[in-house]
Design a protein around this ligand. Structure first.
Ligand SMILES: Cc1ncc(COP(=O)(O)O)c(C=O)c1O
Length: 389
């Protein structure tokens, strides 16, 4: 029976990992994979994570199931980190999920259960967004978000498109550190889009996967917090993969802010039910680590310090890259003001292939680069190769 199945297209990013791995040239540069890398090219485990893990090994009393909802203490601490004051006093349903992807899928499933048929997604976006929404049976409508050649957010066109959304439609927004563009809404734009969402009766789904990588922990959640203050109901998908470096531990959560306690109780039941019919119970280890860190002032301080150093490294590479590239492409000065690990360079596919073939510089055909894939010592050489295109 499996013979009826059609072959699935290869994942271009996974294929890129394979090509990079097989390249024997010294000095090859990987700007493709979306993980943080340090000055040595490693994706380190945070000191605070190691310390929390040691503590858990010694003290964790059981490996019995955590229950479909997960650990309420973890959920509470992560929500405080994400929503800050804007989350306090709000009736909220929460679910611990396998990573941010799990959170997005549960959010999409819940949307489908509320009768939402269509979700608006900015272009370009992380490719898995559309895939997850469609897998939940939702229709994807798109709004223009970013002009790649001009390196500019298309805010007016975004607002115009969303003005055509029908009550009950969903809208997916990136909280900060937009993947793949690094471009984000400013404070006034967040306010304006939040007011439009509230006025038109839309349901926002905010994806926050890079908190702390852009301008700082609170700064990267500021737009989301504005939205939470303005809209009556929202879904928030949180990933701990990058902010805590817990990628493979599959750590995240989904939150729904609700109008009243009764609604929150009902949503909680749906969250648990949706978990039950897919993976039943979430993984615990990463969440226990995050909860341990956030519940211990010394560990939390150390985690923040290390995260801030990573953020500064990205900002410094960004600035040098932007200064170099703007010698030829004035528009790329914008790269310095973008946030998080990614930028989407306005390169033709032929240019991307040339960089790969002639200089062993790897990035996907779209021109998305992971700034954290660059070591300081490589920046000048990589700039020269880009300028030679
Ligand atoms: C924009 C965005 N959202 C969500 C995720 C989900 O991450 P994970 O499922 O690994 O927590 C990612 C990961 O790359 C992402 O880039």
């Amino acid at each position: 029976m499996f013979e009826v199945l059609a072959r699935q297209p290869d994942d271009p990013l996974l294929a890129l990992i394979g090509l990079y791995g097989a390249d024997a040239r010294a000095g090859k540069v990987d700007l493709g994979v979306g993980v943080y890398r340090d000055e040595t090219g490693a994706t380190p485990i945070f000191r605070a994570v190691k310390a929390a893990e040691r503590r858990l090994v010694e003290t964790q009393p059981t490996k019995a199931y955590v229950g479909p909802e997960g650990d309420p203490v973890f959920l509470d601490r992560l929500w405080t980190l994400t929503a800050g004051e804007a989350g306090r006093g709000r009736e909220t349903a929460a679910l611990q999920t396998p990573g941010g992807s799990g959170a997005l899928r549960i959010a999409a499933d819940l949307m489908a259960r509320t009768g939402t048929r269509r979700v608006w997604l900015g272009l370009p976006s992380w490719p898995n967004h559309a895939a997850i929404l469609k897998a939940a049976g939702l229709e994807v409508a798109t709004y223009p978000f970013f002009d790649v050649p001009a390196q500019m957010v298309l805010f007016d066109r975004m607002m115009e498109a969303l003005s055509g959304a029908a009550a009950g439609d969903g809208v997916l927004l990136h909280a900060s550190c937009h993947n793949p563009t690094g471009a984000n809404l400013d404070a006034d734009q967040w306010r304006a889009v939040s007011e439009l969402i509230a006025a038109r009766g839309l349901l926002p789904l905010v994806d926050i996967a890079y908190q702390g990588y852009g301008r700082g922990l609170d700064e990267d959640a500021a737009g989301l917090r504005t939205l939470l203050d303005i809209v009556p109901e929202a879904l928030v998908a949180v990933s701990c993969s990058k902010s805590f470096g817990l990628y493979r531990e599959r750590t995240g959560a989904v939150y729904a802010t609700c109008g009243d306690a009764q609604t929150a109780l009902v949503v909680r039941g749906h969250f648990a039910g949706l978990a039950r019919v897919s993976y039943s119970m979430p993984p615990d280890h990463g969440s226990a680590v995050v909860s341990t860190i956030l519940g211990d002032p010394a560990l939390a301080a150390d985690w923040k310090e290390e995260l801030e150093a990573m953020r500064r490294r990205i900002v410094s590479i960004r600035e040098r890259l932007a200064a170099g590239l703007s010698r030829r492409w004035q528009v790329l000065t914008a790269v310095a003001g973008q946030e998080g690990m990614f930028s989407l360079l306005p390169f033709e596919e032929a240019g991307v292939m040339k960089l790969r073939a002639e200089h062993a510089i790897y990035m996907p055909a779209s021109g998305r680069i992971n700034i954290a894939g660059l070591k300081s010592a490589e920046v000048d050489t990589v700039v020269e190769k880009f300028l030679s295109l």
